[in-house]
Design a binder for this molecule. Sequence first.
Ligand code: SAH
Length: 459
Amino acid sequence: MKHFPIFMALTGQSVIVSGGGEAALAKLRLLLKTEAALKVFATDPAPEIVAWAREARLTLTRRAVQTGDAQGARLFYAANEDDAEDARVAELAEREGALVNIVDNLNDSQFITPAMVDRDPVVVAIGTEGAAPVLARAIKKDIEERLSPRLGLMARIGKAFRAKADALPFGVKRREFWADYYAQDIASEDEANGALNALLDQHLSAQTKEGHVDLVGAGPGDPELLTLKARKALDEADVVIYDRLVAPEILELARREAIMLSAGKEGFGPSMTQDAINEMIVTHARGGAHVVRLKSGDPTVFGRLDEELEACDASGVAWNIVPGITSASAAVAALGQSFTKRGRNSGVRFITGHDTKGFADHDWKTLAREGEVAAIYMGKKSARFIQGRLLMHGADALTQVTVIENASRPEQRILATTLGELEPTLTHAKLSGPALVFLGLAPRAALNAAQQHEMEAAI
Ligand code: SAH
């Protein structure tokens, strides 16, 4: 971000526009919405400017900017539509301490004016740092359509009602009240006041809301693979407690005011004890917060969900599970395969390479049979152990094995190999992200060229 958006207090502040043509008019139309003391310098001002001066909406000086004119000015617009004159006045204004914008000259400007959606006091500013003005216009149009034309009126009336709304306890209750108010479509000031009073009565008489915990699956990484329920929970969360594997793009979706707490866990390698995590969840929920416990993939798959549910139950905290897409589902989709296939396998296993005691033991004899399909979570470090056990129990060394790293993320990689070659192939590939090992599955033959190349390079 080269430009940081801020909203500047301009009431009574001096703002200067140098120029009297179209460029100056465009800026003045925006600036006239503010309460700034506007000064225009122009030798040949457009009739609109003259009219505004007559209405005392700005002061007009019929000459070019001179030394001393910009003293004490907050903002200065060079809008002469003449590069040399713009450069001259910009330098002068900058020396005199004003922040300078040269119209249509991003590089020499100290600030830029965003595209705006105006529902005063609600203002949406859109900027692309000059990269895509067309996009800025499209976004503006989209937001214009989405926001009620009466949103400004509602916000002004809402603001005046704030002191009354303080009768509700700070936090969840007050927020719900405002959310209910802004969810209504209101036609007039009277209607807005009526709605506010009715809503306040309703909320004051409602029972004090208790905290609760949503145990939410964040999916394998691609934010588009979140469920609508997960989105909603993130939108409404007071506290989000997330695991290390949850993608940053997903954390970005949480309500801005939510407290974000990392539980720092990855698989079975905790960097914060499970007890400490349980305690964190329960403490926040008992304080009345809506806690979202965000886990990668599906929370019910190798997610240590039960410990957390038991902790909630033990403290009388209400909970709800929001399932997610487990990483194996995303990974098998990336292969263009299905987990089960008529004539090949009538069942599939989700197993872990690791458990609390170290490498996990399984029914190797069954897994070694032809046609078996298994998704092995946390299988990177245990790959050699799994390979050895399966071969020892009679598995064919040519059994197809595929490793998918970072399934559904932009850095996704696929390694197609065989059981006999799983190691050292996996070690050589030096994977750094989360990975699943699929036993008995290969990528569908018609892979695109890029993936083919990736595989060949990796093997
Ligand atoms: N609840 C999660 C699994 C947690 S255990 C789920 O349903 O997916 C952590 C293991 O999940 C990792 O070691 C890795 O094997 C797997 N994993 C999680 N995200 C992954 C991803 N995007 N790509 C590949 N494997 C992933």
